[in-house]
Design a protein around this ligand. Structure first.
Ligand SMILES: Nc1ncnc2c1ncn2[C@@H]1O[C@H](COP(=O)(O)OP(=O)(O)O)[C@@H](O)[C@H]1O
Ligand SMILES: [Mg+2]
Length: 295
């Protein structure tokens, strides 16, 4: 029997539960790998997994649902290394790979990769220099300051040109480096496209709640069905390839000048698209892993 691990940090998460169920429906053993509960012991005699609840040896494949957010360097590094041990030491098929997840989670590096892939991006400046930051804010007018490793809309601050001066110095001191992006005037929503393998499966609008500029579902945004156009498919698939992901949620925003790519998430929640469109992307993710295993 195939044995597939699912890396997660919240045992009752909808997406993790759906992935585990789809693995079991294929007649394979599904093992929840809660990153808070596993570790390794390293001795001269070898490396041993430490896990109270499950036997995590002999894994054929691993799907990473979620690595968990942390600003503790040791913790986030160990979590990624635990995934890398499967890749390096066990030659296990891991989806998404640790490299793809890191490329996607890093808003600076992912934008460099997107730029090289000629994807349409809002003007963005990353700098540790206060003067450069001030100039960018003046040029952009309305600006979002985003954490480089951020998600769920957390830590994003909107600065209007006129109010930036006192705030930007304090922000730079606090963050060490600033990611500044021109605010794209939009119809009060963004678009998330779900890609698995070489296929875009569906898309949702995420409607921004009143009084906010963030449309993340975790910030009160609401999912609505969005028609998947050829342009959306093409942009989302190119973005997914640019970071080397096998599956992703790709965020785009509509402007008067057309679509812009905002970011990519290589550990996306599958709940919104299930609610809005009835599409279970976790089934396709599990299918893709199984086709990889047969090779
Ligand atoms: N440049 C932008 N212009 C307008 N709205 C934006 C822009 N960037 C982000 N947003 C809004 O903020 C939300 C969160 O931004 P995003 O870059 O996706 O960060 P996170 O990783 O926290 O989700 C987006 O879903 C969108 O609603
Ligand atoms: Mg986002």
């Amino acid at each position: 029997m195939r044995k597939i691990g699912v890396v997660l940090t919240e045992a009752d998460d909808w997406t993790a539960t759906a992935i585990l169920k789809n693995i079991r429906d294929k007649g394979a053993e599904a093992v929840a790998l809660n990153l808070a509960q596993i570790g390794v012991s390293i001795t001269n005699a070898g490396l041993y997994w430490l896990n109270e609840t499950e036997d995590i040896n002999g894994m054929d494949g691993v799907i990473v649902r979620d690595v968990g957010i942390s600003n503790l360097l040791d913790l986030i590094s160990v979590k990624f290394d635990l995934i890398r041990i499967f890749e390096i030491e066990r030659h296990t098929t891991v989806m998404n790979s640790s490299v793809a997840i890191q490329n996607a989670a890093n808003k600076f590096l992912s934008f460099v990769l997107f730029q090289r892939a000629h994807l349409p991006l809002p003007p963005t400046v990353v700098t540790a220099d206060l003067e450069v930051a001030k100039r960018a804010i003046e040029d952009f007018g309305s600006v979002l300051v985003k954490p480089i490793f951020g998600s769920q809309g957390k830590g994003i601050i909107k600065l209007e040109g006129y109010e930036y001066a006192p705030k930007v110095a304090a922000l730079l001191k606090d963050r060490g480096v600033l990611y500044l992006q021109q605010f794209v005037h939009n119809p009060g929503r963004d678009i998330r496209v779900f890609v698995v393998g070489e296929t875009a499966l569906g898309a949702i609008y995420r409607v921004t709640p009143p009084g906010s500029f963030r449309s993340n579902l975790s910030q009160g945004g609401s999912p609505r069905k969005c028609k998947l156009t050829e342009e959306l498919c093409e942009l989302a698939i190119r973005a997914t390839k640019a970071v080397g992901a096998d599956f992703a949620g790709v965020d785009l925003i509509e402007s008067a000048d057309g679509l812009y790519l905002l970011e990519i998430n290589a550990t996306p929640s599958a709940r919104g698209i299930k609610l809005a469109c009835g599409i279970d992307v976790t089934e396709k993710i599990v299918d893709l892993l199984f086709t990889r295993l047969k090779r």
